[in-house]
Write a protein that binds this ligand. Structure first.
Ligand SMILES: *[C@@H]1O[C@H](CO)[C@@H](O)[C@H](O)[C@H]1NC(C)=O
Length: 205
């Protein structure tokens, strides 16, 4: 059965990762240390995507979380030969505002009420004990791509593809994200996209 893609910015762009899931990402300490020594950040294994992302993130330090968010988004987009996203300080400040609201409860909650999204928004929660990094969030969102059928412009039954389709949405040009370690030790991350993707009846690319 064909299912249309999520209605305009429907509140499907969320993903919960159980606390039991182990993380293969490096801890922030070693990652910052590598950067200070003048090496490429540990996450930036692809020099082309790293360089393109750094150019589109003016003022981002080499070890900045913002650049890590952008790098992983552009890894996904450039693999599809799509234009890379630029970092948006406006989206970032919006995302930071929302992340700060979540510090106390770490709730996997959108900043917009259902049906009233003014920006694209992907959110992530990781339980206490995991050193959840921007790459964990973006890679998990992007992993939904295996369930997306371009021919049908639909997601596999019972699956979620909205995070992926927002990442690769062709008309989206910028992103800004934030990460907060919550009071209970969990991690909440949120990314906002402009122009927003997941427009009903349109294909992402
Ligand atoms: C870097 O990433 C781009 C986009 O995903 C890809 O096309 C390219 O092959 C990668 N380069 C290397 C050396 O892995």
């Amino acid at each position: 059965m064909r299912r249309p893609l999520a209605p305009l910015l429907l509140c499907l762009q969320l993903l919960a990762i159980g606390a039991a899931r182990s993380s293969s990402r490096e801890a922030p300490a070693s990652y910052a240390a590598a950067s200070r020594q003048g090496h490429q950040p540990a996450y930036a294994r692809n020099a082309t995507v790293y360089g393109v992302s750094a150019a589109l993130c003016p003022g981002c330090a080499a070890w900045a979380e913002s650049l890590e968010f952008l790098y992983y988004h552009n890894l996904v987009r450039l693999a599809r030969w799509e234009l890379p996203l630029a970092w948006s300080p406006r989206m970032e400040s919006y995302a930071r505002w929302w992340a700060a609201q979540r510090r106390g409860d770490c709730a996997l909650r959108h900043s917009f009420p259902e049906g009233q999204f003014a920006l694209g928004e992907n959110i992530f929660w990781g339980g206490a004990g995991g050193a959840w990094r921007p790459g964990d969030a973006v890679q998990d969102w992007a992993a939904e791509g295996v369930d997306y059928s371009y021919a049908a412009n639909a997601c596999a039954p019972g699956r979620e593809c909205g995070h992926y389709t927002q990442i690769v949405w062709r008309d989206t040009t910028s992103v800004g994200c934030a990460r907060v370690v919550c009071d209970d030790g969990g991690v909440f991350m949120t990314c906002n996209y402009y122009p927003p993707g997941n427009v009903v009846g349109q294909r992402p690319y």
